[in-house]
Design a protein around this ligand. Sequence first.
Ligand code: F6P
Length: 476
Amino acid sequence: MSRLVVVSNRVGIPDGNARAGGLEVAIRPALKKRGGIWFGWSGKVADGTPGPAKTVHQDKVDYVTVDLPQDDYDEFYNGFANRVLWPILHYRLDLAEFTRRDLSGYFRVNQFFVENLEKFLRPDDVIWVHDYHLMPLAQMLRERGHKNRLGFFLHIPCPPPEILTGLPNHERVVAGLCSYDLVGFQTENDANNFSRYLANEVGLKRAGDSSFHYEDRSVTVGIFPVGVETEAFSRMAARAVGSQFVNKVMASMSGRALIIGVDRLDYSKGIPERLNAFERFLANFADWRGLVTYLQITPRSRTDIREYADIGRLVGEAVGRINGTFGEASWTPLRYINKAHSRTALAGLYRSARVGLVTPLRDGMNLVAKEYIAAQDADDPGVLVLSRFAGAARECGAALLVNPYDSEGVAIAINRALGMPVEERRMRHQANFAMLVKNDLSQWAERFLGLLDGVSSTDPAAEMLDPPMRRIARQG
Ligand code: F6P
């Protein structure tokens, strides 16, 4: 089996302070199994010129990281990646703040990654690049003569070509993905959007149902919805409800039903819209006043970017307004905290919550939704209220699906979730849980890497074949 080299902006360095989020949960098991390298940014901004890459070795994996100089951090991370690509890929062209300076910072850092990465590469390594920060990496590696199998996975949404083309220089950035052998997406919708972009904007001809000719190679588009470690997370939640932390939180509820929301502070998560919905719920379903507590856990993120400060202010104001309007001396309807919690603590809270509120305006997948389901007690499960615009909605159709822009509709769903009879809760939970087991995280990376193994684009005769046929041709 070839060595696996994972490249992503954040690296889940096993130092107890990992910041790679959902990405880390998804990647670490595959890397530990295969052994290899995880290469990326250290999360540190260098004082002056950054030193050489640093390596930490653990469990068959080398975690190799580089620091970024201040300019690169500003132009690449805060600039093009998070002020341009993040909003556009989340369908928010209106929030994108494009500058040519940030675009050139984006390419400069990708080049810097390539120059550092290639010192560690072997010719037969399989290279798997993750997320929107590093789209041009394959093209740069190819230009330097690397013939490795190269895969890319986009963890966040891919909007339709009508939006993608709103990105100035999309031909250089998005079309750069054609240099990968396999480009993976979370949902069919994302993959279709990208395929339409390749066909209509880049003008590529199809080489099969899911692959396209590109120069003298081919690029395959695949769908790989990220899952969670369903059974393990379920066990973790069952243990965590007995913890001192969860007991203390639940004691402080004084028997009230817990509604929970857990999101990074990000405009894509629809937190102000959700708070409006909760406000509507308290106004329209007054019988629940005093009987529920909504706990919103929202660690701050990307704090140097104006839109993130704006959303923080908006949420703070809404929390004050709701508690001021509906709260009583003996009851605070809404608890809002910015402190990050461990996965174990969250697992215990999910299991204790009657309702999980996951209502992003747009989300690639949303693992909180899946973890909430995995955490429930099958005999007495809570109810997930889930945005139809989260990738997770494709698999978790037995949740109460809502339109996050319709605050009245979300308020009705909260009321329905709280009053739902146990038989219906069990039925919905069973269906969702079975789906999660079927698409467990353990299979995710293997499915991607299995397909990547089969899509060698260097054999010209194979270019006319669909991926399964190509595999057969290679074997035969
Ligand atoms: O959704 C993409 C993602 O990379 C997640 O995996 C992660 O939680 C988040 O973005 C982290 O963002 P940042 O690296 O900007 O803190």
